[in-house]
Design a protein around this ligand. Sequence first.
Ligand code: FEO
Length: 395
Amino acid sequence: MYGRNVMKIAENVYWVGIRDWNRRIFDALIPLPKGTTYNAYLIIGRNGKALIDTVNPGFEKDLEDKIRNLVNPEEIDYIVMNHAEPDHAGAIPHMMRIASKAKLITTAMGAKMAQVYYHTPQERIRIVADNDVISLGDKSLRFIEAPMLHWPETMFTYLEEDGILFSCDFFGAHVASGAYSDEVEDLLVHAQRYWGEIMMPFRTLAQRALEKIASLNIKTIAPSHGPIHRKPEPILGAYRRWATGETRPKATIAYVSMWGSTDAMVKQMAETLASEGIELAFHNLLVTDVGDLAKDLVDSRAVVLGAPTVLGGAHPLAVYAAYLFKALRPPTKFAVILSSYGWGGGAVRQIQEVLKDFKFKDVDVLEVNGPPTEEIMRQIAEMGKSLADKIKENV
Ligand code: FEO
C-alpha cells in the first residue's frame, strides 16, 4: 500500500482529511464549484489518541488508511464528534468498529443524534458539556458548545497546548485545494459564500460563539471544510463583520423575465444605482448560481427583486429567490420589488406575502401592465435615486 497523504499541522497533530475534488452539490441545494474537503484530525498524546471528526460516507477506507500511516487505528481512545451531519460523522460507524475501545465524545444532543444516525451504543458515548476538558497526557481537549453552527448539537474542540481550534463547519469554505488559507487566492470570497449559505441564518448565535472563543489563545483555526487558517485574524475579522451584519453601499439585484419587461425595469434600476456609485451584484435567476447570490446578500444593504406575473402569481424562480432570502436572513435594510403583468397582477402581493416577516427599514414596489413606458422608466430612475440615497445614508 502506498502512503496516503497526511499533513502535520503541529507536533503530533495531523490532518487526515479527504479532498472531494468532484463534489458539485451539497444538501441538494448548494453548488460547490470548487469541490470541498472533509477535514479530520488525529491528535497523538502521550497518554491517549483522539480523532477529531471523520469524513463523508464513501471515504471510510481512505480515512482508515491515512490514520494507519501514523498509528494503529485500534489504539484510538476518543473519536470526537463536533457535529453529527454525515459529511463529518458519516465514517463514525466504521471508525468505532475498528477503534473498538474508543469512546465517542459529543454533546448531550449529539449523543441522541449519534444513536439515531449512527446506531452508536449508549455505553460507548461520553457526553461533554461546555468547557469540559479531556487530557491525553501532554495534550488537553477543551469542548465549547456552539449550538446551530451548524446544527443544534454542534461544538468546537480547542487543543490548549497548541492553540488549535477545531471549529467544524464554522470558519469553513467549500474549496478542495490548498492546505492553508493564506495560500488560496480569494479564500475570503469562498468563505463569504459559505457564510451566506450556511452560517448567515444564525448570526446571533455566531456572535455568541465569537464572544466565547475571544479569550482563547488561538494560533490556528482548523475547520472541517477547506483550508486551515494558520493566520486566523483575516477569517476572524471577516466573521466579526458578517456576524454583526455589517453591510456595504451595495445592492443585489435578482430577477427573472419572460418577455423582456421586467428585464428592462431591473436594468433601468441597475443603471441608476451604478451611476449613483452603488456597487451592484446582478443575478438573472434563470442562470445564476444560488451560492453566489447568497454570497452577495451577506453584505448588501439593499435587494431589488424582479418578479414578473405568471398564472396569477409571481414567476416560480422569483418565489424561490424570495423564499431563499427569507430563509438565509441577510442583514439587508432596503428592498424594491419590480414587476410586470399581461392582464392581471399578483406577483408583488405574493412576494410581499413570502417576505412579510422580514424587518426591512423600507420596501418600495412597482407593478406595471405590459412593457415599461418612457414614463415608467423615469419613475424607476427616481426610485433608483431614492434607493441610492437611502443606501448611502445608512452606513
Ligand atoms: Fe459540514 Fe453541517 O456539515
